[in-house]
Design a protein around this ligand. Structure first.
Ligand code: CP3
Length: 345
């Protein structure tokens, strides 16, 4: 793994270019994935060690990215807490969202064994992956997981009942967040035990509430997960999408790297965030819908940043969307690899 540019960057070593990978790089834009998906359901693909390992590694061969991310989903935690979950053609669906229950807490019971199949997936990836390709593990952050659990499926991703619960029944909300956090810590540490090289915590819906409220109510839960993983010796990447200027309150004891959303200019993020925290991001995934000249012109603006900042991982500011042409995703990876980043070594 000494030759992994991704690992070197995580360790703060100098490299001649930024490492590149993409959020949702496996399950959205690859023709090879679509072919497998035509044969198997998402559930089959994520549950079978052989199939999940194969899908996890597709972007390494097809796109040439520098890291693989476990092929799974953040909703495995609600499922392991006892919630019925279906991955339908229109997205994930919970059979009984917590908002419909008189006593939601009594319905939640952590069953760690329901996550065991994922450790088998990780083992299979470790056996089959190229030696210098690191595997990123992940989990949903407590608030995002809570949003899906309470609401069921997001109504345009605004989760009104989940947010309402924070204000109307804070004690219950905190108890649910506690259940999520405890199981997430165990899940994350097991992933570390099975050899992941880095761990990303996805707080996709941080922007649903004021950042001051996020820090007061949610961040203490988030910190427990991030700190547990860092203390186990694994670097962490925290993605608090929509937190805005709130990112300036994140400290080096909270996270190793911070994933910046496409709303926040990378240079501004760099000024706001403590210099020893590395950054990841933040191209707008929808830029990849444009023609390749337009894409390249926008990417060129990142060269100055990349030349000055070694502790930066090239990525999107939010996950790939399915309408992105595969050729454009490949074009971006090739561009990152071919560009002269003018780094002082
Ligand atoms: O490259 C990859 O696909 C990596 C694996 C991965 C998936 N989900 C697979 C998936 C990862 C890292 C996730 C994270 C995830 N899941 C997040 C956080 C990241 C983000 O994009 O904000 C969230 C919010 C979810 C919840 C979720 N899972 C939703 C809202 C949906 C439906 C819409 C969609 O397609 O994303 C899913 C299903 C899901 N997760 C699919 C895949 C490949 C599609 C399943 C299918 O093929 O039908």
């Amino acid at each position: 793994m000494e030759n992994s540019i991704f690992i070197k960057t995580l360790k703060g070593e100098k490299t001649e270019r930024p490492p590149v990978w993409f959020m949702r790089q496996a399950g959205r834009v690859l023709p090879s994935y679509m072919k497998m998906r035509a044969k198997y359901s998402f559930r089959e693909l994520m549950s079978s060690p052989k199939l999940a390992a194969k899908v996890t590694l597709l972007p390494i061969d097809d796109l040439g990215v520098d890291a693989a991310i476990l092929f799974s989903d953040i909703l495995v935690i609600p499922e392991a807490l006892g919630m019925g979950l279906d991955f339908t053609d229109t997205g994930p669906r919970f059979s009984n969202p917590l908002k419909n229950m008189a006593d939601p807490l009594s319905s939640l019971k952590a069953a760690s064994s329901k996550l065991t199949y994922i450790y088998n997936v990780i083992d299979e990836i470790q056996y089959t992956k190229p030696i210098d390709i690191p595997l990123i593990g992940f989990c949903g952050a407590p608030f995002t997981t809570f949003c899906y659990m309470v609401q069921g499926l997001g109504t345009n991703h605004i989760f009104p009942d989940a947010v309402a619960m924070l204000y109307k029944n804070r004690e219950l909300a905190e108890q649910i967040l506690e259940e999520i956090t405890q199981l997430s810590i165990e899940y994350a540490l097991n992933q570390v035990e099975h050899g992941i090289a880095a761990f990303q915590l996805f707080e996709t819906h941080a922007g649903l509430i004021p950042s001051s409220f996020y820090f007061e109510l949610i961040m203490p839960f988030v910190r427990r997960i991030l700190v547990a993983v860092m203390e186990a010796g694994c670097p962490v990447i925290f993605l608090p999408k929509g937190l805005g200027a709130g990112i300036k309150h994140i400290t080096p004891t909270d996270t190793s790297f911070l994933s910046i959303d496409w709303q926040t200019p990378l240079e501004e993020a760099r000024e706001m965030v403590h210099p020893s925290i590395g950054l990841q991001g933040n191209i707008d995934p929808r830029l990849l819908l444009a023609d390749q000249n337009t894409i390249q012109n926008t990417l060129e603006k990142y060269v100055a940043f990349g030349s000055e900042n070694q502790n930066w991982i090239f990525n999107v500011g939010h996950g790939f969307i399915p309408s992105i042409p595969f050729e454009n995703a490949k074009f971006v990876v090739d561009w990152v690899k071919q560009t002269n980043w003018e780094r002082k070594t």
